[in-house]
Ligand binder design. Structure first.
Ligand SMILES: Cc1cc2nc3c(=O)[nH]c(=O)nc-3n(C[C@H](O)[C@H](O)[C@H](O)COP(=O)(O)OP(=O)(O)OC[C@H]3O[C@@H](n4cnc5c(N)ncnc54)[C@H](O)[C@@H]3O)c2cc1C
Length: 461
């Protein structure tokens, strides 16, 4: 990049509607910061795009000048793939427009939108599509990896609701991918990550949701965890698709509904959402209150958008994060023992172990129906190593890695591509699983020179 003449940058500047941010400029420092505070990359140039034509120009510029290229959607990727060193970043953060066609139950939304942007637009019509559980996450990266959250048991993964995508390819062409147009690309986008081009617009199918939903937390002491987890396992095996119950194990945050004396002590929270009529959900969730003696609960009928933001205060941007993840097709007692042991030695008050429940509609498609291969994963565990000071890096990373090893014997071996950290290149083939070879063929067709390589990378066949 150092060899790129200033005249070329000036020419790009004159040809885009958005902004060009250079290291010498005021906006550069904040623009290069992303969710994970451990990522400290310094691109030579950030193109903050205002329109699809800007994306096309930036892709052409990167390709023609042989620059390393990264694409930033919501900037949440734990591995830091929204940024690169010395190259060019296509920053979509200003492209967030959503258009809802309530009659047709469709939304189109631009590639820089967050889940909050999507939920706000669709919930204005009492509609939603399944996405993740932290509203500041980007729609783009989440969707391209698969995407799951509270609605996935009922309505499938985010990709199962993708109708079409507008993509700027490595050749700088703007194409529409759908079941009828570029079906190979459409297949690959649904789980193959950012390998195939820059998605500038997504079109999703929508479903009636809420706008008020039965949701909330029931909190148990960690001392009761083994028995609660065993009862949880039996409960979710029979739960209807309308009901999603996840578990979170960590130190109790100072939540107003918990007695002050338990703040900072170990807890297991059951986090739930019932996607149907709250009145029908009430009796269904009653057994969850009887797994033991809860420390407290905060469950009620609240706006879906409020529940979608409930975890945001625990997942704010800028902290240091190191994650590890496994997929499980069933939950063994041995896994519970490992979880309880490691929750007993949390290295920071922000570290947590999350167990998300899939099943239902998320697991019904065949493993090769989309690029996301893990239709056998009933549970996805995410070990959130999270802390504030670099001095604690080794201790917190060590804890996450040790727990990952201790829980590996109970896992499927597959992993959700969106939860891979930067040092897990050895797990990329496990993330794409049995679909890797087909993905590599599609990669060869749409990106033969691997221009889009700052991601969990698929090498062109
Ligand atoms: C706090 C937190 C909570 C999460 N919860 C969930 C959850 O509940 N469910 C779930 O499924 N996932 C969840 N995730 C994981 C999330 O799906 C990934 O981090 C995802 O990569 C985020 O997308 P992004 O657009 O914000 O990321 P970015 O960092 O911007 O991008 C991620 C990857 O996608 C590529 N990319 C981004 N935008 C585009 C685009 N428009 N076109 C092509 N490629 C693009 C990037 O190049 C990069 O490789 C969570 C992550 C965090 C940090």
């Amino acid at each position: 990049m150092a060899n790129l003449p200033a005249t070329k940058i000036e020419e790009l500047k004159n040809n885009v509607r958005g902004e060009i941010l250079l290291p010498s400029g005021d906006a550069y420092e904040s623009a290069r910061k992303i969710w994970n505070g451990m990522i400290d990359k310094r691109p030579a140039l950030i193109v903050r795009c205002a329109a699809v034509s800007d994306v096309v120009r930036a892709v052409n510029f990167a390709r023609d000048n042989k620059l390393l290229l990264a694409v930033r959607g919501g900037g949440h990727n734990i591995a830091g793939n929204a940024m690169c060193d010395d190259g060019i970043v296509i920053d979509l953060s200003q492209m967030k427009t959503a258009n809802v066609d309530a009659g047709a139950r469709r939304v189109t939304i631009e590639g820089g939108a967050t889940l909050a942007d999507l939920d706000a637009a669709t919930q204005a019509h009492g509609l939603a599509t399944p996405v993740g559980i932290n509203s500041t996450t980007g729609v783009a990266g989440l969707t391209l990896g698969g995407g799951f959250g509270w609605l996935s048991r009922k309505y499938g993964l985010t990709i199962d609701n993708l109708e079409s995508a507008e993509v700027v390819t490595a050749a700088g062409a703007v194409v529409r991918a759908s079941a009828d147009e570029h079906p190979d690309l459409f297949w690959a986008l649904r789980g193959g990550g950012g390998n195939f081009g820059v998605v500038t617009r997504f079109e999703f199918r929508l479903h009636p949701v809420g706008p008020n939903v039965l949701s909330g937390l029931i909190v148990y002491p960690i001392a009761a965890a083994k028995s609660v987890l065993q009862q949880y396992r039996a409960f979710v095996a029979k739960a209807p698709d309308d009901l999603a119950v996840w578990t979170v194990m960590r130190q109790a945050p100072p939540l107003p509904f918990l007695p002050e004396k338990v703040h900072g002590t170990g807890m297991l929270a059951l986090a739930l959402l019932y996607a149907g009529d709250p009145k029908q959900g009430e009796p269904l969730i009653e057994p969850l209150r009887k797994f033991g003696t809860p420390l407290g609960e905060h469950v009620g009928v609240q706006p879906y958008t409020a529940w979608q933001q409930a975890f945001d205060p625990l997942l704010t941007t800028g902290a240091r994060n190191y994650w590890k993840s496994h997929n499980f097709s069933k939950l063994d007692d041995g896994l519970f023992d490992a979880v309880i042991e490691y929750v007993g030695k949390l290295p920071s008050p922000q570290c947590e172990i999350f167990l998300g429940t899939l099943g239902g509609a998320a697991n019904r498609p065949a493993s090769d129906a989309t690029a996301y291969a893990h239709r056998d994963a009933e549970f996805v565990m995410n070990v959130h190593g999270r802390w504030e000071n670099a001095a604690d890096d080794a201790r917190c990373i060590g804890w996450a890695r040790d727990f990952f090893k201790a829980s590996a014997p109970f896992a499927t071996g597959g992993v959700y591509v969106n939860f891979l950290t930067a040092d897990e290149t050895d797990r990329v083939s496990a993330a794409y699983g049995s679909n890797y070879d087909r993905l590599a063929q599609v990669k060869r067709k749409y990106d033969p020179d691997n221009l889009f390589c700052v991601n969990q990378n698929i090498k062109p066949a």
